[in-house]
Design a protein around this ligand. Structure first.
Ligand code: IVH
Length: 670
């Protein structure tokens, strides 16, 4: 093919493919099959391969994801990306309406009511119609340049239908079916699951390798114009219509009302319809339509006065309790789990719910076969909040906890002061297996590729019977290759991950050993204080209790653990295998010069650039102590995105608050 023909064909294919993207992702009415679409893509890729200089910046082939980035550049937003004030009930909405009407006097007010999409805010920049840059919201003032990842989202036009220069803002999200599929695949691979579609969308867009975002089926809803050049728009609804005509995915479920009571009725309708949507919403947004009125109303320090977010109450669903499964944890605690008829709740299919302990079963009078109300507690673990006895048919049956361990058969005991039943056989296979699962988990030794299922297989086939065996697995390559779904490559990866974990700092190992009462935080305190494993093993109760945060019970548990010959043997085998036994972080000896020295700090909301554990580790390194709740004793609150009641409380008590950017600055300077 000659160059000219190729050029014409490339332009044609680009147009066709983008049209089909639009039909599929924005209009939801595809005209061709996936195979036909793939064929067009292949042809374009082939031509671009033959004539690389003809590949256009807005080519749909750009969507497959280019090379990984070393880091994300910072983007300062031209106008800050603010958040919204919240309304939690109808009266809050009526108050909002009153404030708006007071400010605009006798003019008519029109409200645009939209769904509040639960994803993450993004800003998209176009120059002369071409998508040039996209960023996260970050702290509102400065975000991160995630253009490479956003390009992979097919509902984001790479070229607008008109050559306009503008900034569009909206929400990137993961549709519920894509989320469920992703988590299922992760579960099969033994990878940690995402708690909800919002986290998985955020996690996907924060990857430096755009191929990951490209594989995640993300979508967008654009909800405002940040900046528009060479054109005047008078109202928000006009702006949305313009965005739609330019090729953006704008949510269709929006309505305009003049009366706040109609707004309330519309919202009520959505509380009902919410579960049937194929994406997550966490509320509704009500915006004054006229831009002139918006300007009159202005902003508070954090949010516009012309808009408000109505937050939905936590989502609940009714389903049937089909069974109760009893399992044994690593400390021998026996926990019942409700097996439910699968039901869709807050974006995920719920099949199990926590029952914590037997008392809850008794208190709630649960019978097998009962209709129950399930609710998402926090983010991921659903719980049963109520029983509906009025729905009983008479076929329901009572449940009683077993008297013997379901795994090893030994008699269960109720430990004093504890509600839970416990298996006290130290050789109970369930406890050993769960202990290994804990050891390899993300917060402990963080060995990738060793999910629960793989560990269970290794354990059941007698390949790994203690955590130390993991470090001798390279001697059992053939056995590994003989396991289900274990090819050469996965075995290599697994062995490499195990090898890498040898270098972990002491606190991970200490936490991983699963010593009773010793959590991640205590492990860090101990590692920091003693510096190496031997010193901890030799410490007596008195020395241990002298450390802040180590109480007498934990001290006794530590001494008791290290006294056991089996524990000593495991540690020796780990040491022989080359597992690091020293603390590698910064030791806080006096700590007086550190910025957080002696400070009690509360973390709240979601941090965009680090996990909670990383933030806690950083605070500890800088001398601070992290606590869970805000009180007068709190010195500082670090508030990420969507910080809620803790932030409010801090503000009420006059406790100092910094955002993620402020926190970063302290970290960078230290
Ligand atoms: S308007 C000035 N409209 O909700 C703020 N926001 O706190 C303009 N969100 O993170 C935001 N759906 O990303 C607006 N239809 C919608 C929205 C929406 C979701 C998010 C937004 C922000 C948060 C507001």
């Amino acid at each position: 093919m000659d160059r000219l023909t190729a050029e014409t064909r490339i332009a044609e294919l680009t147009k066709q493919i983008e049209r089909h993207n639009y039909l599929y992702y924005v209009e939801d009415r595809p005209e061709i099959t996936d195979a036909e679409y793939d064929q067009l893509m292949r042809e374009l890729l082939e031509l671009e391969g033959l004539f690389p200089d003809l590949a256009q910046p807005d080519s749909p082939t750009q969507r497959v994801g280019g090379e990984p980035l070393p880091f994300f550049e910072k983007v300062v937003h031209k106008t800050p990306m603010l958040s919204l004030g919240n309304a939690f009930n109808e009266d809050d909405l009526r108050d909002f309406d009153r404030r708006v009407r007071q400010a605009v006097g006798s003019q008519t007010v029109r409200y645009v009511c939209e769904l509040k999409i639960d994803g993450l805010a993004v800003s998209l920049h176009y120059e002369n119609g071409l998508f040039v840059k996209g960023a996260t919201r970050g702290d509102g003032t400065t975000g991160e340049d995630i253009t490479q990842n956003l390009r992979t989202i097919r509902s984001i036009p790479l070229r607008l239908s008109e050559p306009l220069t503008l900034e569009a803002r909206g929400e990137a999200y993961m549709p519920k079916p894509a989320f469920e599929k992703l988590n299922k695949e992760r579960e099969e691979r033994g990878e940690p699951l995402f708690a909800n579609p919002r986290n998985s969308a955020a996690g996907s867009l924060r990857q430096l390798d755009p191929k990951i975002a490209a594989s995640r089926q993300l979508d967008t809803f654009i909800y405002s114009i940040g900046d528009l050049q060479g054109m005047r728009v008078e109202s928000h609804s006009e702006g949305l219509a313009l965005l739609e005509s330019l090729g953006f995915h704008v949510n269709k479920e929006r309505r305009v009302f003049s009366d706040i009571e109609d707004v309330i009725a519309f919202i009520d309708g959505w509380i009902e319809k919410r579960p049937s949507l194929p994406y997550e919403i966490d509320g509704m947004v009500i915006k004054v339509d006229s831009y002139a009125q918006q300007q009159e109303l202005g902003f508070t320090a954090k949010s516009p006065r012309w808009a408000i977010a109505y937050k939905f109450p936590a989502e609940e669903a009714i389903t049937i309790l089909e069974g109760i499964e009893v399992s044994v944890g690593r400390t021998g605690t026996v926990t019942p789990t409700a097996i439910l008829k699968p039901v869709s709740l807050a974006g995920t299919t719920v099949k199990r719910a926590s029952l914590h302990n037997e008392d809850i079963i008794r208190e709630k009078g649960l019978l097998l076969g009962d209709h129950v109300v399930v609710k998402k507690a926090g983010d991921i673990i659903p719980e049963i909040v109520a029983v509906l006895p009025e729905r009983r048919t008479g076929a329901e049956t009572p449940f009683s906890m077993p008297t013997h361990c379901p795994e090893c058969g030994s008699e269960l005991v109720r430990v004093e002061e504890e509600v839970a039943l416990r298996c006290i056989n130290p050789m109970c296979p369930a406890q050993i297996r769960e202990g290994i699962i804990h050891f390899v988990s993300r917060t402990a030794m963080n060995i990738e590729g060793l999910g629960e299922k793989v560990v269970a297989q290794l354990f059941n086939q007698d390949i790994v019977r203690s955590v130390a065996d993991l470090y001798y697995l390279h001697l059992q390559r053939d056995e590994l290759l003989g396991m289900e779904r274990m090819g050469e490559k996965s075995v290599d990866n697994l062995l490499a991950a195990i090898e890498a974990s040898k270098e972990n700092s002491l606190e991970r190992l200490l936490f991983g050993l699963g010593i009773r009462l010793v959590g991640a935080k205590a492990a860090r305190v101990l590692a920091e204080h003693f510096g190496d494993m031997d010193a901890i093993m030799q410490a007596n109760e008195e020395e241990l209790t002298q450390i802040d945060e180590i109480g007498p019970k934990m001290a006794a548990s530590l001494v008791n653990y290290f006294r056991q010959p089996q524990a000593q043997a495991v540690i020796e085998r780990l040491r022989d295998a080359g597992v690091n036994m020293t603390y590698k972080g910064i030791r806080v000896e006096s700590g007086a010069d550190l910025p957080f020295a002696g400070k009690t700090i509360v973390l709240t909301g979601t941090l965009a650039q680090m996990t909670r554990q990383e933030a806690e580790e950083a605070i500890a390194r800088l001398g601070g102590k992290v606590t869970g709740s805000v009180s007068k004793k709190t010195d500082l609150v670090i508030a990420g995105e969507k910080a809620g009641s803790k932030l409010e409380k801090a503000e009420k008590l006059g406790v100092a608050v910094i955002d993620e950017a402020g926190f970063r600055e302290i970290l960078d300077n230290n």
